[in-house]
Design a protein around this ligand. Structure first.
Ligand SMILES: Nc1ncnc2c1ncn2[C@@H]1O[C@H](COP(=O)(O)OP(=O)(O)OP(=O)(O)O)[C@@H](O)[C@H]1O
Length: 258
């Protein structure tokens, strides 16, 4: 028996291969690769049992497991699935399409950003000189309400003094992260998701891991001032940029916030 193999089938196979590859990468990054391999083995077994060997009893048991298993997988991998859809939506091409339909230019003016960026950069510089540890998260398009709710709502104007005050050692809110939303300091003392990435320098502790984790889970910009070294670090899209000068920090924030 011959199959008719057309261009539609080629596209179909390519798409399935791409989806499988994407899931493989996602699982590898989240250290769930053995689970992914286990699922793959199960699917192959299921296809062999029910389609090739046509074993009715075993096939029907496996069919039931597959239908229940989908819900189990959604629960098990909710974070990874969320990240998958987030990455998809945040992709430059998808952003372009969104802008095309909404008519939004999407870019902010540099002058409008200065009152937000300058106090943050100045506070980071001062805290860096004094070796005061700090963790600041600047929200972009993805809301961070769930993270802000873990801390104390402050809803204040952005000011250099207030930021430095929050991270002052004896301040009750110095532990945790400060969330900045638009032109407001939204909440302080917030708990961020910690990254389990293995390829980051051993010298970096939980503060840096929390910044990295937050930047993997959302499109935020996370700024860290190290208590140990005074070094300024930025985490964006799961990437750390270490040992930044105030000028470099300002240029990164301006570029990224625009
Ligand atoms: N999940 C988290 N969310 C928010 N803040 C966190 C989280 N984990 C740790 N922190 C903050 O980081 C501080 C501990 O930092 P730690 O010394 O482990 O990190 P580090 O990356 O080595 O930074 P430093 O260079 O400043 O020492 C905590 O006191 C807390 O304020």
């Amino acid at each position: 028996m011959f199959f008719e193999f057309g261009i539609k089938d080629a596209i179909d196979i390519t798409l399935v291969a791409l989806i499988l590859y994407y899931f493989y990468r996602l699982m590898k990054e989240s250290r769930s690769l053995p689970v992914f391999m286990g699922i793959l083995v199960f699917i192959v077994l299921w296809l062999v049992v029910s389609q090739v060997l046509e074993m009715k009893l075993l096939g029907s048991i496996m069919d039931k497991l597959v239908s229940v298993g989908v819900i189990g997988l959604i629960v098990l991998f909710q974070d990874d699935i969320r990240r998958f859809f987030y990455n998809l939506g945040a992709h430059q091409r998808v952003k372009g399409i969104r802008r095309f339909f909404t008519g939004e230019d999407g870019r902010k003016k540099e002058e409008d950003l200065k009152p937000i960026i300058i106090p943050i950069v100045m506070a980071a510089l001062n805290m860096s000189k004094k070796k005061v540890g700090a963790l600041i998260v600047m929200q972009r398009s993805m809301p961070l309400d769930d993270v802000a709710n873990t801390g104390e709502m402050i809803d204040a104007n952005i000011s250099q003094q207030l930021i430095e005050n929050i991270f002052f050692k004896n301040s009750p809110l110095h532990d945790g992260a400060l969330i900045v939303e638009g032109k407001r300091l939204k909440a302080a003392g917030c708990i961020l998701p910690v990254s389990h990435e293995q390829n980051i320098p051993k010298s970096l502790g939980l503060r840096h891991r929390a910044a990295l984790g937050m930047s993997q889970d959302s499109d935020c910009i996370a700024i860290v001032v190290s208590e140990e070294t005074g070094g300024i670090t930025v985490a964006i899209d799961g990437q750390l940029q270490l040992r930044l000068t105030a000028e470099k920090l300002e240029s990164i924030l301006t570029e990224e916030m625009m």
